[in-house]
Design a binder for this molecule. Structure first.
Ligand code: CNA
Length: 240
């Protein structure tokens, strides 16, 4: 099937499962981790690797440094959805059943208007108290130093999945159900190196699977179509 035929088939899709990663938001000005310009390539100003810093152990043992990094590098409150988010939202608005599992923590799919979004790694703009579980939004907290609970004084933790933590079970089970029931799957803007999100595509049993990524991934050979292009451009061509 060429691109045009694939597009025609997608228009007839009963259900589309989409798995995305940080590469979906780079055009919104949010750097990814593993691209040549990604955050992991920058020398750590903290003397530890970024993977170590974004771990649960590090959060509890070095909370202040964790938050210094988190507020500096993980929050982009001004970011807006780009062509990739908008193409998916338009496809859904046109009447298609679209399920989006995202490894991103930026909330941009929801800002674009997508309704069925499963946040596998949580959301950087939500927080909860590690002592009394009270919930906070980005607007409710100070963004310098370590944020504390207004009710009990406990330390707040961002509602994101850190290395060493379980994925949110509801998001994961909804994503699993969606990938198993979909007749088309698009995976885009992810290096497919972070487990267990990277295992989701293996549950797909539908008609065609498409991978859109600027770089090679360890899973390329498992997809029916591999498109090595900018995700927004390719998604617009396929879906709009
Ligand atoms: P990653 O490992 O950084 O990989 C991103 C991939 O996207 C790379 O292979 C790039 O080549 C590719 N890429 C970059 N830009 C584009 C583009 N415009 N079009 C197509 N491909 C592109 O990121 P993953 O999502 O695979 O790794 C999972 C981590 C990254 C999750 O834990 C996220 O929480 C985390 N993360 C999220 C954000 C965000 O929320 N926007 C930002 C940075 C990191």
């Amino acid at each position: 099937m060429d691109r045009k035929e694939l597009r025609e088939e997608l228009q007839k899709a009963k259900s589309l499962f989409f798995l995305g990663g940080a590469g979906i938001s780079t055009k919104s000005g949010i750097p990814d981790f593993r691209s040549p310009e990604g955050l992991y390539q920058m020398e750590s100003e903290y003397g530890v690797t970024y993977e170590e810093m974004l771990s649960s152990d590090y959060f509890y043992s070095h909370t202040e440094t964790f938050y210094d990094y988190f507020f500096k590098h993980m929050l982009y409150p001004e970011a807006k959805p780009n062509r990739a988010h908008l193409a998916l939202a338009r496809f859904e608005a046109a009447g298609h059943d679209v399920h989006i599992a995202t490894q991103n923590i930026d909330g941009l799919h929801q800002k674009a208007g997508s309704k069925k979004v499963y946040e596998l790694h949580g959301n950087a703009y939500r927080y909860y108290c590690t002592r009394c579980a009270a919930r906070y939004t980005y607007e409710m907290i100070d963004h310098s130093g370590v944020p504390h609970c207004h009710k009990c004084g406990g330390i707040l933790k961002p509602a994101v999945t850190l290395y060493g933590e379980e994925l949110p079970p509801v998001a994961m089970s909804k994503a699993l159900e969606a990938v198993k029931n979909a007749d088309f799957m698009i995976v885009a803007g992810t290096s497919l190196r972070v487990f267990p999100a990277s295992a989701l595509p293996s549950y797909f049993k539908g008609k065609a699977s498409i991978l859109i990524n600027l770089e090679e991934t360890p899973m390329d050979r498992h997809f029916d179509y591999v498109i090595r292009e900018e995700a927004g451009k390719a998604l617009e061509e396929l879906l709009c």
